[in-house]
Design a protein around this ligand. Structure first.
Ligand SMILES: C[S@@+](CC[C@H](N)C(=O)[O-])C[C@H]1O[C@@H](n2cnc3c(N)ncnc32)[C@H](O)[C@@H]1O
Length: 217
């Protein structure tokens, strides 16, 4: 069976994310912008980049920007939108839990709302190969709500295809798998957006010795 993300038109996904009951796109963009200000990377990879949400705020000091997505149409759309606006832009179509990632390691990996759809251990081993030692990874995980369903009911029928695939990942589980892959957790925060949905942002440092992230502080 093919991955459901390959069957969802980008227009459906983006319209769904903009629904008042979802309203997640601006949060992701804002967290990317925050990570870029904090870590001032020269190279960045956005994992599960969709149509390039947040790319408009990438400063020219980031000289190489890699967008990775399983859906080739998403990557093509992001390329059309941001070619010429974002320096050193390249896209890689890959399933991060299966395909070796074929690009030079970067200073910062940004992975927002993607671990909900993959085998996290396999994906993290793969991602560790494209994060330089001492580099950072910022992750954003959706958290369960006592009143809201994980996948917000949507007028865009294709979004329902995600239901059997989506799994909310406990932050401690991600941190444990990340440590095994060589990423030490250095910071964590929770945030809740207007829709009432909650998220956890984690900052990791890629260290040859995941038990010692001191060099990253
Ligand atoms: C919920 S969207 C998040 C998009 C963006 N990161 C954001 O936060 O606005 C998940 C994205 O991850 C991509 N994706 C899902 N599974 C993937 C996989 N196995 N490998 C690569 N990309 C994947 C989807 O195609 C989609 O663009």
């Amino acid at each position: 069976m093919q991955n459901p993300w390959l069957e969802i038109p980008l227009s459906d996904y983006e319209a769904h994310m903009d629904l008042p009951a979802v309203d997640q796109a601006s949060m992701t963009a804002s967290e990317l912008s925050c990570a870029l200000s904090l870590f001032t990377p020269a190279s960045l990879a956005v994992i599960g980049c969709a149509g390039g949400n947040g790319f408009d705020a990438i400063p020219p000091s980031v000289r190489r920007v890699v967008g990775v997505d399983i859906n080739p149409r998403y990557a093509a759309s992001a390329g059309e939108r941001y070619a010429g606006q974002v320096a050193g832009l390249e896209f890689h179509v890959a399933d991060i839990q299966r395909d070796p990632l074929q690009f030079e390691p970067v200073d910062l990996l940004f992975a927002s709302l993607v671990f909900e759809y993959v085998a996290i251990g396999d994906a993290l081993v793969n991602l560790a190969r494209v994060c330089r030692p001492g580099g950072r990874m910022v992750t954003l995980l959706q958290q369960p709500s006592p009143t809201l369903s994980s996948l917000t009911p949507s007028p865009y029928d294709s979004i329902r295809l995600l239901s059997p695939l989506m799994r909310l990942v406990p932050p401690a589980e991600l941190a444990g798998e990340a440590a095994s892959a060589g990423f030490g957790l250095v910071f964590e925060k929770s945030l809740t957006i207007r829709s009432g949905k909650s998220f956890v942002v984690q900052h990791y440092c890629r260290d040859e010795d995941a038990r010692s992230a001191a060099m990253c502080r």
